[in-house]
Design a protein around this ligand. Structure first.
Ligand code: FEO
Length: 170
């Protein structure tokens, strides 16, 4: 029997991950409007990964015999002055998601829900990668963003990112 608080946090995380997908679609849309299709591609794939994360929480709860409650996904409403602001908002958002995952982990640990802790282990590692990626993008933009030719090449690099499904299968 899953603890009610753990259930509620896992259920909320479905919404948070769909919001992440929505947020990154908005980022993709921003870069698309600026003609930076590589950056747009990078965030489009990021959005697909977030949808996958949402579905993993969804499936985990269903596998545990729980009935999922889907809530409304908030509207992404940030306005950006430049690309760097978008990248920094991405890092900030991933740090927030890491805190959410850690919070669920703590709740599971408190009630000795080892199965949920094991499920979350994948996300703990994933969040490390997400933050590294977000930091990496900011560093590259700092180095190359102000020179048009370098920015063009960075855009080309990001255009090469392809989608691959999550390594966690439920
Ligand atoms: Fe689902 Fe970007 O964390």
């Amino acid at each position: 029997m899953m603890d009610q608080k753990v259930f509620e946090l896992l259920n909320q995380q479905i919404n948070k991950e769909f919001y992440s997908a929505y947020l990154y679609l908005d980022f993709s849309n921003y870069f698309n409007s600026k003609g930076l299709d590589g950056f747009a591609n990078w965030y489009m794939i990021q959005a697909q990964e977030e949808r996958d994360h949402a579905m993993l929480f969804y499936k985990y709860l269903q596998n545990e015999g729980k009935s999922v409650v889907l809530e409304a996904v908030p509207k992404p409403d940030k306005v950006f002055e430049n690309g760097m602001e978008v990248l920094k908002a991405g890092l900030e958002h991933e740090e927030y998601v890491t805190s959410l995952i850690n919070n669920i982990y703590s709740a599971a640990q408190e009630v000795r829900d080892y199965r949920t802790m094991q499920f979350l282990d994948w996300f703990v590692k994933e969040q490390g990668e997400e933050e590294t990626n977000a930091n990496g993008l900011i560093s590259k933009m700092e180095l190359f963003g102000s020179d048009p030719r370098s920015l063009y090449m960075l855009n080309q690099e990001l255009a090469a990112r392809t989608y691959s499904p999550p390594s966690l299968v439920l």
